[in-house]
Design a protein around this ligand. Sequence first.
Ligand SMILES: [Zn+2]
Length: 371
Amino acid sequence: MNTNTLLEKLQDDIVICAEGYVFELERRGYVKSGPYVPEVVLDYPDAVKELHREFVRAGSDVVLALTYYAHRDKMKVVGRELDAERLNRQAVRLAGEVARESGKLVAANICNTWVYDPGNPEETGKEVRAMYEEQLSWAVDEGVDYVVAETFDWFAEADIALDVIKGFNLPAVITFTAVTSTTADGYAFDDACRILSDKGADVVGLNCGRGPSTLLPVLAKVVESVQCPVAALPVAYRTDADHLSFIDLKQEGREAGFPAELDPFVLTRSEMAEFALAARDLGVRYIGVCCGGAPHHVRAMAEALGKEVPASRYSPDIAKHAVLGAEDVVKDYRTRFLKEHHETLFWIIGVRAIALTPIIKQGTSLVRSLP
Ligand SMILES: [Zn+2]
């Protein structure tokens, strides 16, 4: 393993990193929403490997071992604490296999623990440190290029993570989750990132929590504050000024939103591609997706950044679409059908709208908006 590979790549180019594994595998039926513990690594390893491959084909330069929420305390929540070592080792092995077959980097993964308690920082800090140390000792044993430590809301926890990673002499990518305006212990995110960068973090930044539009303003401050490369991996959900993070999203009239009812807010691939360009223009060097992100987002982002990736072979070509395509592709009878279909639709809606106009104003605007 070459420990400088990530840093060399960052000097030459933007590095793309796909995350969001637990959300995507939850959608596919392999991870339980709620605990979000990646039991899938042991129970359905092929599903994990498949997603690794899909993300690589879509343009990820990194295969991130699926050990998010695989620390001892979370494993306890699903009654599988005794499987912690087996799961962590297997996750790194699966990522390593895909990384080797595709020539990509393999990254170990540690994250926020929910164990750190500011009321008892000494004791709980030790517990957190012990969990990171055991996870990383297994990962290093299996072979990794660097470590992603992510989704931190406590600065104190991120600080412990950096210290443990540096103890293993590996490059560290440390990212905070900006669900609120500061870390849980009151640091502005740009300050938190600057301090960790000064302490030797190789890449700092933000992941998860916010979608592109609410992440970018915080990101701009981080880029201004630090010397090292900056990472940005938003969720692929439509957050806005009134809903800063995906935790705040809920469809009108529905009981639930986050985490399992977020489908109406998923961003399109071109919206994520626009984010990739905006982040690049800010000077961000490590760009990716977190929860909600899927391979089609990653491919669109990679292509927007000027990269051709294996899955580009099947990127959209609307010119070859049977109805919307170029003149030489669209058959006459299809166009005729479409025209007749539109005219029929116009007639039906038109008649109904006229009948309802006194009652429903929106009906008339619908008729006017028809081609
Ligand atoms: Zn996430």
